[in-house]
Ligand binder design. Structure first.
Ligand SMILES: NC(=O)c1ccc[n+]([C@@H]2O[C@H](COP(=O)([O-])OP(=O)(O)OC[C@H]3O[C@@H](n4cnc5c(N)ncnc54)[C@H](O)[C@@H]3O)[C@@H](O)[C@H]2O)c1
Length: 300
């Protein structure tokens, strides 16, 4: 079914660009939206860089890379758009997402499926902003999208079986493994991951260890491919803070309270790899970690 699917991606950041790339590689016609044409262009540049790297590594032919790019069209004016599915991948903020779902409900055909890549926000809440709650679902890709195999598929209270089946098949067509979960704050992945990352930040805050020592303990001791600080920087510290806030408010349990140090970093604009500084320093936005004055690649 997938090759004929027309798909809109809203948000052209780390995740939106990755989803657009994977969908276009699978043959979907993709429209890419963000708040400005500059932001869509930034997303397109990230896709070009990724495809070029895949061609250099021999994982993709130049022709397939070029064909992938030709399938992606910028979409900025919110005029009615004939798509089968929209995937929202904008910032992790309830108000932003609610406004986008209202716009999607107006701009797409009534039978189009509206999915969110949210890490933690209630799918039921997003669905209630539309007149088609049965066609709203969570489609939670992992970062970096072209590499990671999992898509957490989250059913809201009103999501229909047909919507679930469509999204499951789309994830499979994108080369992913869908796993069905239910609509609780943080779903499965971030309910388990984010408190661990937050605990690592508390350990730093309380002076138990340094960024490097805590990362080394978790990599060598627990066999994690990335330490918690590398991973937090990779996710984006603003996104991590937003997820912890959703867990804290959603469960009304103090065990999810975000570490004040995480709030400090976000207030400073040190959002991790995407801004060139988080718990580590990077060669630039999206660049490599600088260790002892020299650049070294992040594990992904
Ligand atoms: N970073 C991760 O590891 C990760 C993993 C899985 C899911 N997610 C989720 O994916 C979503 C996006 O995260 P990201 O890491 O790509 O963030 P990001 O900061 O890289 O990108 C967010 C993009 O959304 C755009 N945006 C904001 N408001 C918008 C609006 N009103 N209309 C259109 N675009 C808008 C921003 O301009 C930006 O380009 C979030 O919901 C996040 O929780 C993130």
């Amino acid at each position: 079914m997938s090759e004929n699917v027309r798909l809109l991606v809203v948000g052209a950041g780390q995740m939106g660009a990755g989803i657009a790339q994977v969908a276009a590689q699978a043959g979907n016609a993709v429209y890419l939206n963000d708040r400005s044409s500059e932001l869509v262009d930034r997303g397109l540049r990230a896709i070009v860089k990724n495809l070029d790297r895949a061609v250099e590594k021999g994982k993709l032919t130049r022709e397939d890379g070029d064909a992938t790019l030709r399938r992606i069209t910028p979409y900025l004016d919110w005029t009615p758009l004939d798509v089968d599915v929209a995937i929202e991948a904008a910032s992790e903020n309830l108000e932003v997402k609610l406004a986008i779902f209202k716009r999607l409900d107006e701009a797409t055909p009534p039978d189009a499926i509206l999915a969110s890549n949210t890490s933690s926000i209630s799918i039921t809440k997003l669905a209630a902003a539309t007149g088609r709650a049965e066609r709203v679902i969570g489609m939670h890709y992992m970062n970096p999208v072209p590499v990671m195999k999992l898509v957490e598929v989250i059913r809201g209270i009103a999501t229909s079986d047909a919507t679930y089946a469509f999204v499951r098949d789309l994830a499979l067509a994108h080369g992913k493994t869908p796993v069905e979960v239910h609509n609780f704050p943080g779903f499965v992945s971030n309910r388990i991951l984010c408190p661990m990352l937050n605990e690592a930040i508390f350990a730093l805050y309380e002076g138990v260890g340094s960024v490097e020592s805590i990362d080394t303990v978790m990599k060598l001791g627990m066999n994690h491919p990335m330490g918690p600080f590398e991973l937090a920087d990779f996710i984006g510290l603003d996104t991590l803070l937003a997820i912890l806030d959703v867990l804290y408010v959603g469960f009304k349990d103090s065990k999810y309270r975000p570490c004040p140090l995480l709030q400090e970093y976000v207030d400073a604009g040190w959002l991790g790899r995407k801004t060139g500084r988080g718990f580590y320093h990077y060669t630039g936005p999206g660049g490599a970690i600088v260790r002892n004055g020299a650049a070294s690649s992040a594990p992904h």
